[in-house]
Structure formats: structure tokens, C-alpha cells
Design a protein around this ligand. Structure first.
Ligand code: NAD
Length: 303
């Protein structure tokens, strides 16, 4: 059983940390939110008073943070941007392994990995797919970038949080796979919302229409488990008032990463670009903190 420091206990991190604790690992958990820490303690973890405390004596550090700047700031400190906050790397034991499951820029993963390896610390990027439902059930898909040796060391832990584990390539490759997937997800959520809104505006019952499309050639993951229309699926974020899922602003971040990546390699991603614009408009309209499936609101007939 491993000594694990887990940092970032939001919608995804908390259930992932709890699954590691349930499997018998010693999990010291830290988040800026005390409420988030309390959730993991109730699920079998131990509270850390700081990120440094979580890293103390840990063989494995798992991070599940919002975006690139949080991961870079945590591990490397804010010296590069004129601050005096030291990075966590200097408090992590030589020989430890970092598993970063946040969705961030591949270039940031590579930068942190290089600094970690220079200090004798291993690093893999291991972003996930499967939503909060998958995090709770321990059925996430992991997309791993990094050495095969580090992946094999991480695998027993990844298997407690997920069902499918893919080795995408070198450090950063997991992130590239993840943003390709999320660009597709962002597009298909808008397409699914458009189709449901069109049917409903023509008098169809959204439940009946969703079931028809789910079993027809338009079937997709949103229709299977993440229907954007409230009341169609009991367990969906839409039915919970668009809370507790994958935030619009996180989707916007991922679509931005996809566009940056596309510019780097001169790829043409017209629908990904359009999707980024639509989620940006939705965020500006005040829905950034709601689940991303709330994008259906901009397509529904009012009144
Ligand atoms: P979230 O906003 O619910 O949680 C992020 C947590 O990180 C918060 O609790 C916040 O307090 C904490 N945090 C931020 N900075 C910190 C710091 N310096 N030290 C300690 N804690 C800090 O986000 P989430 O939905 O859990 O997503 C986390 C990551 O996983 C994101 O990169 C997201 O894109 C990705 N992701 C999310 C989903 C999903 O369905 N929610 C699915 C796959 C991937």
C-alpha cells in the first residue's frame, strides 16, 4: 500500500482520492477549500494542512487541479511571474512519482516533468475522461503520457480510479489525446442540444426524442449518460440544475487548449473553433460555473 499525497479535491479529485483510500492506500489530501478536504476525510482520507504537508513522506503525488497555471504554480512556484512562492518540487522526496490528472497544456506538462526529472522525481500526465459519474464509480479512462516504467508504477493506483488505461506516448501525449477528445465532446454536446431543442420546438417530448436518437445513427455519449435536457435522465447534471459536473469554463479552457494546439501544427478545426466561441458566449452570459451541458439554454426557445 502506498503513501499518497492528493492535491485538488473538486468534483473529480475528491471521489478519486476516496477510491484510493477505500482501496487501502494512505491518502493525505489537500485543497484550498476546507469543505473539499472534509469530504475526503469522511471518505477515509487524512487531512493535510498544506500542499507541502500532503507531499511530506509521499511516494506518489496525485494532482487534480483546474488549469495549467495551477499545476505550474504548485510545482514550480511563482518565481517566473515575479512572485516569491517556492515550488512544491523542492519538498517532494527523490524517487517519488507525480501523477498529474488535471487537463492542462501539453507544454506545461513537459515543463513540469523536465524540472521534476532534474530533481530525481518522476512525472506522468494522466488526464481523465468519464465525468464525475466515472470518478465516483472508479471507471475513468486515463490517457497517460510519460515513460512506460512510470506508467507501470502508477498502474495499480490508476486501476483503483479507472477502468481503461491508455499509454498515449511521451510526456504531454496524454494531454494531447485529452484535448482531442474534449474538442469532440464540446462539439457533440452542442449538436445534441441543437437537435433536442429543434424537436422540442416542434412539439416532441425530449425524453422520447432522446431515446429515438440514442438508438439511431445520432447516438452518442451525451445521449447515453449526459443528456443536456433537465428531467430526461435522473442522474444527469441537467436534472441537478447543472451543478456538480464539468463546468462551462473548464470546457472553454479545453477548447482553448485545442485551438492553441491546432495553431501550433496548422491544423484546421472549424467546428472546434466555433464550439469555443459558443461556450465563450455562454460563459459571458453568466453560465461559466454551470455544467457545460447548460449550453442547451442558448438554443432553447424561451417562453
Ligand atoms: P473543480 O473546480 O471542481 O476542482 C478543482 C479543485 O482544485 C477545487 O476544489 C479547488 O479549490 C482546487 N484547487 C485549485 N488550486 C489549488 C491549489 N493551488 N492547491 C490546492 N487545491 C487547489 O474541477 P474538477 O471538475 O474537479 O476538474 C479538475 C480537472 O479535471 C480540470 O483540469 C478539468 O478540466 C478536468 N476534468 C474534469 C472533468 C469533470 O467532469 N468535472 C472530467 C474530466 C477532466
Amino acid at each position: 500500500m502506498a503513501n499518497i499525497g492528493f492535491i485538488g479535491l473538486g468534483n473529480m479529485g475528491a471521489p478519486m482520492a476516496i477510491n484510493l483510500a477505500k482501496a487501502g492506500h494512505s491518502v493525505k489530501a489537500f485543497d484550498l477549500s476546507q469543505e473539499a478536504v472534509a469530504k475526503v476525510v469522511a471518505g477515509g482520507g487524512a487531512a493535510a494542512s498544506s500542499a507541502q504537508d500532503a507531499a511530506l513522506g509521499a511516494e506518489i503525488i496525485v494532482t487534480m487541479l483546474p488549469a495549467s497555471q495551477h499545476v505550474e504554480g504548485l510545482f514550480l512556484g511563482n518565481g517566473a511571474s515575479g512572485g516569491s512562492q517556492p515550488g512544491l518540487l523542492q519538498h517532494i522526496a527523490k524517487g517519488a512519482l507525480i501523477i498529474d490528472s488535471s487537463t492542462i497544456a501539453a507544454a506545461t506538462s513537459q515543463k513540469v516533468a523536465k524540472a521534476a526529472e532534474a530533481s530525481g522525481i518522476g512525472f506522468i500526465d494522466a488526464p481523465v475522461s468519464g465525468g464525475t459519474g466515472g470518478a465516483i464509480a472508479g471507471t475513468l479512462t486515463f490517457m497517460v503520457g510519460g515513460s512506460a516504467t512510470h506508467l507501470e508504477r502508477a498502474r495499480p493506483l490508476l486501476e483503483k480510479m479507472g477502468k481503461n488505461i491508455f499509454h498515449a506516448g511521451d510526456v504531454g501525449a496524454g494531454q494531447t489525446a485529452k484535448i482531442c477528445n474534449n474538442m469532440l465532446l464540446g462539439i457533440l454536446m452542442i449538436g445534441t442540444s441543437e437537435a433536442i431543442a429543434l424537436g422540442v420546438a416542434n412539439g416532441l417530448d425530449p425524453k422520447v426524442l432522446s431515446e429515438i436518437m440514442r438508438r439511431s445513427s445520432g447516438g452518442n455519449w451525451a445521449l447515453e449518460v449526459y443528456n443536456p435536457c433537465p428531467g430526461v435522465q435522473e442522474a444527469s447534471a441537467a436534472t441537478r440544475g447543472y451543478t456538480g459536473g464539468f463546468g462551462t469554463d473548464l470546457m472553454l479552457k479545453d477548447l482553448g487548449l485545442a485551438q492553441e494546439s491546432a495553431m501550433t501544427v496548422k491544423a484546421s478545426t472549424p467546428l472546434g473553433g466555433m464550439a469555443r466561441q459558443l461556450y465563450a458566449a455562454h460563459s459571458i452570459a453568466g453560465h461559466g460555473g454551470e455544467d457545460f451541458s447548460s449550453v442547451i439554454k442558448m438554443l432553447q426557445k424561451k417562453g
